[in-house]
Design a protein around this ligand. Structure first.
Ligand code: GLP
Length: 251
C-alpha cells in the first residue's frame, strides 16, 4: 500500500497558493520559536507559480525568510553560475532576488567544480544539509523519465549527492531552452534519492496532461529505480499536488 497521497486542484495557481501558505506558516511558526527552517528547492517550469506566490507573500504580507536556509536539488555540470540556464541563475531570477533569504544561507551544487573534486564537493553538500539539521521540506517536480532532482532511471533508493549522466529524454526536454541539444550539458550534480527521501515532508508538483502518465507510474506503478519518483510511495509524509490534467490517469 502506497503511503503517498495526492491532492487535485483547479489550477497550478490554486495549488501554489495552498502550498505557499503551508510553507509560510512553517517559516512563521519556526521564527516564533527562534528556529531556522531548511527548504529543499527545485527548478523547472513547474514550481514557478509557487515561487511567485512566495515572493508575493514576502512583498505584500510581510513574510520574512530571514530564518530560512535553502538547498537546491541539482545543477548542470559545466555551467558557471552566471550562465543564463544555470540553476543558480534560475533560482535568483525566479525567487531568491525577490525575498530576504540571507545570501549565506543559499546552497546549490557547483556546476564548475573540477572533475577530480566532485566527490568531495558532493560529500560537503551532504554534510551541509546534515549540519543545517536536515531538510524540513523538499519541493519536487517530475521529469519525463520519472526523475526527481536529476535521479535518472537506475538511481538507487539509497543514492546520495553525486555526478549523474543525463538521460537523452531529459536533454531533449532541455534543448529548446539551450537553443539546441548540442548545448545541453551531458552531466549534472544531483542530490540522491536517499538525500531527498530523508526530508521530513515532501511535496511533488505536476501540471498538465503531458505529466499524467508519469504521475500514474510514480504513484501506482511498482516501486523501483526505473522511476525514481516511485520511491515516494514509501515515504510517510510525501504528497503530490496536481492539477486536473496531471491527475487525469489516476481518477
Ligand atoms: C529538470 C529538473 C527537475 C524538474 C524537471 C521537470 O529535469 N532538474 O527538477 O522536475 O526538469 O521540468 P518542468 O517542471 O519544466 O516540467
Amino acid at each position: 500500500m502506497s503511503l503517498c497521497n495526492f491532492r487535485v486542484f483547479d489550477s497550478p495557481e490554486a495549488a501554489a497558493r495552498v502550498l505557499a501558505s503551508e510553507v509560510g506558516e512553517l517559516i512563521r511558526s519556526r521564527a516564533g520559536e527562534g528556529r531556522q527552517v531548511v527548504l529543499g528547492l527545485a527548478t523547472g517550469n513547474t514550481p514557478l507559480p509557487f515561487y511567485r506566490e512566495l515572493a508575493r507573500l514576502h512583498r505584500e504580507e510581510g513574510l520574512s525568510f530571514s530564518n530560512v536556509t535553502t538547498f537546491n536539488l541539482d545543477e548542470y555540470l559545466g555551467l558557471p553560475r552566471e550562465h543564463a540556464e544555470s540553476y543558480w541563475t534560475f533560482m535568483h531570477r525566479n525567487l531568491l532576488d525577490h525575498i530576504d533569504v540571507p545570501a549565506g544561507n543559499v546552497n546549490l551544487p557547483s556546476g564548475t567544480v573540477p572533475e577530480a573534486d566532485i566527490p568531495a564537493h558532493c560529500a560537503d553538500y551532504e554534510a551541509r544539509i546534515r549540519e543545517a539539521g536536515g531538510l524540513d521540506f523538499q519541493l519536487l517536480g517530475i521529469g519525463r523519465t520519472g526523475h526527481i532532482g536529476f535521479n535518472e532511471p537506475g538511481s538507487p533508493k539509497d543514492s546520495r549527492t553525486r555526478r549523474i549522466h543525463l538521460d537523452e529524454i531529459t536533454r531533449q526536454d532541455a534543448a529548446p531552452a539551450f537553443g539546441g541539444i548540442g548545448n545541453v550539458p551531458t552531466h549534472a550534480v544531483t542530490m540522491g534519492c536517499g538525500t531527498i527521501l530523508e526530508a521530513r515532508r515532501i511535496v511533488l508538483l505536476a501540471w498538465g496532461s503531458k505529466k499524467a502518465s508519469i504521475v500514474r507510474e510514480a504513484l501506482r506503478g511498482p516501486v523501483n529505480d526505473q522511476v525514481s519518483a516511485s520511491f515516494l510511495q514509501e515515504h510517510p509524509n510525501a504528497v503530490f499536488y496536481l492539477d486536473r490534467e496531471a491527475a487525469a490517469e489516476l481518477i
